[in-house]
Design a protein around this ligand. Structure first.
Ligand code: NAD
Length: 370
């Protein structure tokens, strides 16, 4: 067995292959510098995998995911994927991968990059000092709760049902992750719920508060209702450090928060499972955006969310914080030259495609000091 850390790279669908091609080039650059003890292998996934093997997640991809130190994932979804049989999706897809690896903690850093201030829908003064992390519970809540489904009622009407449910254990483990994260940052955690209306929200608030009082009183804890939080994210996003919330609220709030960075295409994410008996945690890194079928195949997608996901993997799973910081600096330097993809186009910016943005990051990397 090799001592090198194992990284599995999955392109996925839509713009996934385009943005991951750039992420892969960046990773290769670090490996070719000779300073990174990692080995990468590609994993097949999605509609193409189904055509070739009859499975969305073929067996060898599933096996590689289980033993990987880090997984880099592009995007899933789109017309080809939607046309696949429901049974194939139930057998295995991104949601099932997250579930099988018990990825319960999803981190979405939101950092306003000065060069992109003009690309943001928010005013410059609102963007000043924006640097926070949304920590979204990823393995439970409304997206997984039972019962669920669509049924026909005796009167002929149809009824759609989903269940919003959390156990105290599920809340506490993600809250613990959040408090530990806050200790590595500015020691402030804001927990977001809908406890004025939902019982699951009341339990959420009670459990977060109890864990705080028992073990993390050195972290400043506040609670906020999700509707107010949506407003605060666009009113004064610099107030947040770690923002802890459930599965669905985190999904929605992070798209709104993306506007502080100029585009959904800028956002990376990291998802973690529990620490296993061997001391390792499953970890999956992916841009926050989806497969963007409207621009897929045109070479115009922004690859920076995928590239910044590589930086998160370097820092959080591959033990390379220096390389991570170097890559983040290189992204900021590339943007400071004024180049932008279509989604972050702003006055005075010069438009480039996916590949040229990757070229610019590589050129900036070569210029930056280790
Ligand atoms: P999306 O994120 O794919 O796209 C939303 C908008 O943002 C589109 O206008 C798109 O062109 C733009 N956009 C997204 N990423 C971009 C990038 N890197 N560069 C430039 N522009 C970018 O969301 P959607 O349109 O709601 O969903 C499309 C498909 O993606 C659906 O099938 C959905 O289920 C799937 N999806 C997958 C994931 C994932 O893989 N984790 C996440 C969200 C949505």
């Amino acid at each position: 067995m090799s001592n090198l850390k194992q990284v599995v790279v999955i392109d996925g669908e839509g713009i996934g292959p385009e943005v991951m091609a750039e992420a892969r080039r960046v990773l290769r650059w670090f490996v070719s510098e000779g300073k990174l003890g990692i080995e990468t292998r590609d994993g097949l996934y999605g509609a193409e995998a189904y055509r070739r093997t009859g499975k969305i997640v073929p067996d060898d991809t599933a096996a590689a995911l289980k033993s990987a130190d880090a997984i880099l994932f592009g995007a899933t979804g789109g017309p080809d994927y939607d046309a696949l049989p429901p049974e194939a999706k139930r057998q295995g897809n991104l949601l099932r991968i997250r579930k099988s690896l018990d990825l319960f903690a999803n981190l979405r850093p939101i950092v306003a990059i000065p060069a992109l201030a003009e690309a943001s829908s928010l005013k410059n003064r609102v963007l000043e000092g924006v640097d926070f992390v949304i920590l979204r519970e990823l393995s439970s809540g409304l997206y997984f709760g039972e019962p669920r489904g669509i049924e026909t009622l005796p009167n002929g009407e149809r009824r759609g049902v989903n269940t919003h449910s959390y156990t105290s254990g599920e809340i506490r483990r993600v809250a613990r992750f959040g408090f530990e994260l806050a200790r590595m940052r500015r020691r402030r955690l804001c927990s977001v719920d809908k406890s004025n209306v939902m019982e699951a929200g009341q339990l959420w608030r009670q459990e977060v508060q109890a864990l705080h009082d028992a073990e993390f009183s050195d972290v400043e804890l506040s609670h906020m209702l999700v509707d107010n939080c949506a407003m605060q994210i666009v009113r004064a996003p610099a107030q947040f450090d770690v923002l802890l919330t459930d599965n669905m609220f985190g999904d929605i709030l992070s798209d709104a928060a993306a506007m502080a960075t100029g585009s959904l295409g800028m956002l990376p994410s990291a998802s973690f499972g529990p620490v296993g008996a061997d001391g390792k945690r499953a970890a999956l890194f992916e841009p926050v955006h989806g497969s963007a079928p409207d621009i897929a195949g045109k070479g115009v997608a922004n690859p920076l969310g995928a590239i910044l996901s590589v930086a998160l993997a370097l820092r959080l799973s591959l033990g390379e914080p220096g390389a991570a910081a170097r890559l983040e600096r290189a992204v900021a330097d590339a943007l400071a030259t004024g180049i932008c993809t279509r989604d972050i186009l702003h006055d005075g910016g010069s438009l480039v495609g996916t590949r040229a943005m990757g070229d610019a990051v590589l050129a900036a990397l070569a210029r930056t000091e280790a």
